[in-house]
Design a binder for this molecule. Structure first.
Ligand SMILES: Cc1cc2nc3c(=O)[nH]c(=O)nc-3n(C[C@H](O)[C@H](O)[C@H](O)COP(=O)(O)O)c2cc1C
Length: 187
């Protein structure tokens, strides 16, 4: 049996993309916030990633200043930090100091990488689409790096558990690889 899902709850049916931590500002004055509304939107070079950001986020004020950000990928071990930086604003506190996350210099952009994360995508915002509550940021990835023990062209879920947001305080983790045998034709 299937029952109707309220349209206001429908997003939870497709929600669980990998949760990321987005850094903004500069190494000297950084901020970090949690995102689950992120998706790749280009299948070639340049790699483009869409982020949906609420108009009221302090991070958005910082992103508008230099149009740069870093997408960092946390694992299960960063659950508490990930939830914390997604529930308080950095407008009046230093979320790096409060969470114990460590900002380290990026190679190309001004915002820092998060040392404890397994991967980093340094990005420039190349286009913004204004929407009702959130704006859509089209981010061009200008550099990416990942831990080679955990990522060999794809994540190795047996070694690294990405977080997937379910709603409220609930997250899922990706724990194993399963392999389909049909030939892939659409990528
Ligand atoms: C799991 C999770 C996912 C989130 N995803 C988004 C998102 O995709 N877009 C968004 O604007 N806010 C999202 N948020 C909310 C922000 O991370 C949160 O409001 C944060 O405190 C903003 O920080 P700032 O004011 O320092 O920028 C999410 C929060 C959590 C906990």
């Amino acid at each position: 049996m299937k029952s109707e899902v309220k349209l206001s709850k429908a997003k939870w049916l497709v929600e669980p993309g990998c949760v990321v931590l987005v850094t903004s500002g500069t190494l000297e004055n950084p901020n970090v916030m949690t995102f689950s509304w992120q998706t790749p939107v280009n299948n070639a070079d340049p790699c483009l990633i869409l982020l949906a950001i609420s108009h009221i986020r302090y991070s958005y004020d910082l992103i508008k200043q230099n149009h740069e950000l870093v997408i960092n990928v946390p694992g299960e071990e960063l659950l508490e930090q990930t939830h914390f930086v997604g529930t308080v604003t950095g407008k009046h506190i230093d979320k790096f100091k409060e969470s114990g996350l460590t900002p380290v210099s990026a190679k190309i952009v001004a915002p820092p990488l998060i040392e404890q994360c397994a991967a980093h995508l340094e990005c420039r915002v190349v286009q913004i689409f204004k929407m009702q509550t959130h704006d859509l940021l089209i981010c061009e990835v200008v550099r990416a790096a990942a831990d080679t023990d955990l990522f060999d062209g794809k994540w190795i879920p047996e070694k690294f558990h990405t977080l997937h947001y379910l709603s409220g305080n609930n997250y899922g983790v990706m724990e194993r690889t399963i392999v389909a045998h049909a030939r892939l034709s659409f990528l």
